[in-house]
Design a binder for this molecule. Sequence first.
Ligand SMILES: Cc1ncc(COP(=O)(O)O)c(C=O)c1O
Length: 320
Amino acid sequence: MARYGLYEIAKRLNDVGSINVLVPSYHCDAIVKPFEKAGVKVKFYKIDKNCNTDFVDLAKKIDMDTKAVVMIHYFGFPNEIEKYVSICKKKNVLLIEDCVQSMFSSYKGKRVGLFGDVSFVSWRKFLPLEEGASFRHNGFLMNNQSRLDIKNWLKAVKNTVENVFSKDVSIKPLSSGKVDIDRSASELVPAFFNKKPTGLTERIFRKYDIRSVVIKRRNNYAYLMEALKNSKIVLPFQKLIEGVCPSAFPLIVKEDNVDVKLRAKGISACQWRYLSPDLSRKEFKDAYFLMEHLVFLPVHEGLNMHELNHIIEEVKKLVR
Ligand SMILES: Cc1ncc(COP(=O)(O)O)c(C=O)c1O
């Protein structure tokens, strides 16, 4: 998983033992924990209600002890890369690109993850795998970590061998349907520190037909967008420009617990349910708004027409 690699990076970053990193206020808890565990102070910069970065806030928060800024390419959509690169250069801090949701996306013809100083992906977010992550660096970090290398990542991307696992995994009654706000879910388990993925994982990774994954996900995204765009739902990412490979279909709804209700209908919807306790509601109200109202719908390549229509129907029933 990406969090274990991030922990390795965080340890190497913290060479003086008193640094901080800036993380976007709307985040997956799994990117905060590795820094905390490595003794790195995590500070937050603002993300607004539409998942846009507040660059004024970011610039203001970079201080003498700031070593790196983390940016997230949300849901497969490249974030404002030029602005991040420019601010980090000017302030002389590292840029860490979180490409977990954008493993197969590119920006202006160049893969995301190739713009910052460090970047990482998590294989399980796009492939039928439980483990594995790749990291890339521009010579700043992890020079001896050949196992966490971009080579594997690029090899898989080039590979267009037949799709080995395109099974129908989306529509299943899911267990309890309760809201998971237990932070222990993103806890790091020492047994997984510095572990290589298994051979089976690496084989599946190499054999997966990435091109068809990208095409299918884009088609599924476009289909959901067409069906949901005139309803009362806010769609924060409507420009499916060339190069985007979506990880999920985000929508903003005013109703509560829509993810839980959809899961009860067998749809694997989710929300980021946990923000760091260091985020005050007053300062970061937009991040809390997103946490409470932004729902991720599945768009993965295993979905068929019947399932997509089922998702649309159930969303429309819940959101009025
Ligand atoms: C944007 C983002 N970053 C990091 C992570 C953590 O990845 P992993 O679960 O592989 O540790 C996730 C997981 O959902 C994520 O969505």
